[in-house]
Design a protein around this ligand. Structure first.
Ligand code: MLT
Ligand code: MN
Ligand code: ZN
Length: 308
């Protein structure tokens, strides 16, 4: 049971559990998307990656502003205006990188509503270099940069820290040879803590580091990169030329995949999110879904509520 509204307690709402493109993807008829287009009950439609976090159920921090944010607000009563006139329970937004699925939703928050935008210097510089994001007016939406390792309070009672995870520049900024395993400010994960409970959110991660292990071990719940089941599944399905690792995402299966790499954290509630539409775990009843569940993982869905 989540804490009552107004009561102190960490809670998380999965706004979007899909990876880039969502499920089904607008131009895709892969095996999973075909079931989703057909309305088959084995595949839930999913919007693109975002998690909302609160310490009181009244004001919310968005971990990433999904390109599907408007649809997510329409589906989520907790995020809808509560007071007459202009109002939003969304008090802050934090970007873990500048990927389109994670940042484009800022454009949906443009009707002169005050909130605070948080991110690393690097991510805020990328957003700052794109003048279209100035529709989110600087005078009422301050942009606050934070360093990895710096603790801050984006909402009263919610303490957050960013930490680097291996990743790469956003797809739309790739030029020439791309390092897919870089530790820095461009791809970060998040720990969020309230009332003595803690979650880790890492929607993109190319490799498990010692730092990541330590943070998971100290958490009650983990939301982790579930982009691909098999590293080569997009290639095998004829959907693209890249492996998961090339896209900055460690696969779920295989040597050094997530099931193997994070097996030691059985004590923590572990949830896969940012799941690409090519991923067979999205088909309920599939052997791949059974395999991740047998390994102790849950599969996020849009609207999932977690009180870590
Ligand atoms: C990713 O997670 O790899 C990105 O969302 C890719 C993209 O921008 O489509
Ligand atoms: Mn993504
Ligand atoms: Zn597809």
């Amino acid at each position: 049971m989540p804490p009552a509204d107004g009561a102190a307690g960490l809670r998380a709402l999965v706004l979007g559990s899909g990876g880039g493109g969502g499920v089904p993807q607008w131009n895709c008829r892969c095996r999973v998307c075909a079931l989703a287009w057909a309305g088959d009950s084995r595949v839930k439609p999913r919007t693109q990656s975002s998690l909302a976090v609160s310490a009181d159920g009244e004001s919310w921090l968005l971990l990433n502003a999904s390109i599907d944010l408007r649809q997510q607000i329409l589906a989520t009563p907790a995020l809808q205006p509560k007071r007459e006139g202009r109002h939003s329970p969304i008090a802050a937004v934090l970007l873990t990188n500048a990927d389109v699925d994670h940042a484009a939703g800022l454009l949906a928050l443009r009707e002169r509503q005050p909130f605070t935008l948080w991110g690393t210097r690097s991510t805020l510089d990328i957003i700052g270099a794109n003048r279209v994001f100035d529709v989110v007016a600087h005078d009422i939406v301050p942009r606050r940069s934070v360093e990895p390792g710096e603790r801050f309070e984006p909402l009263p009672g919610l303490t957050v820290e960013l930490f680097p995870v291996p990743g790469k520049v956003p797809l739309w900024l790739e030029r020439g040879e791309v390092k897919t395993d870089e530790l820095g400010e461009q791809t970060v994960a998040v720990t969020a803590e309230a009332a003595g409970r803690r979650l880790v959110y890492a929607p993109g991660c190319a490799r498990a580091t010692d730092d990541l292990h330590q943070r998971i071990a100290n958490a009650n719940a983990l939301f982790f990169d579930g982009t691909l089941f098999a590293d080569d599944e997009m290639i095998v399905a004829g959907l693209g030329e890249k492996t998961g690792r090339r896209m900055g995402h460690m696969p779920i299966s295989g040597p050094d995949g997530t099931l193997e790499a994070l097996a030691r954290h059985a004590r923590v509630r572990r949830i896969l999110t940012h799941i690409n539409n090519s991923n067979p775990i999205l088909v309920e009843g599939s052997p791949e879904e059974a395999k991740v569940k047998a390994a102790g993982w849950e599969i996020a869905y849009d609207g999932m509520e977690v009180a870590p």
